[in-house]
Write a protein that binds this ligand. Sequence first.
Ligand SMILES: [Zn+2]
Length: 148
Amino acid sequence: MERREWSEKQVNLLKQYWVCGVSASIIAEKIGDGVTRNAVIGKVHRLGLMRKHRHPSLSRLRRPKQIKAKPPVQESPPMVPEPKPQIPTTPPEPKNVSIFDLNSRHCRSIVNYDEGGMALFCGAETAGEKSSWCPYHQSIYFNHERRR
Ligand SMILES: [Zn+2]
């Protein structure tokens, strides 16, 4: 089919143009030296470079396998500390209420013992009707529960 030998340089030139999608007739022109379009096509066949399409884009030929882009990593916002509830930092002055004097509005935190070993209670007003403790003691017990 081809009448003349291709120099290595010409073959390389041919390959370069070919993979870039340059048409055979233009490649023949570029190589010159009497190379015809048919010669180019024949050479391409022999080199196993035949394109499926006439004018593939460069990206078609040499596109690396597409890597599926990972979704952007959602950076979790920094941990925002929970707002601390208003906790009295000092205990109320213990009223040392005995069990006999204790009523529903008295804090039931034991703060002392009398000489007979009887528990004496904080006795401060409870934090609420459903609470058994004053705000200070409630916060202590509440935090203790949460730590478990
Ligand atoms: Zn209390």
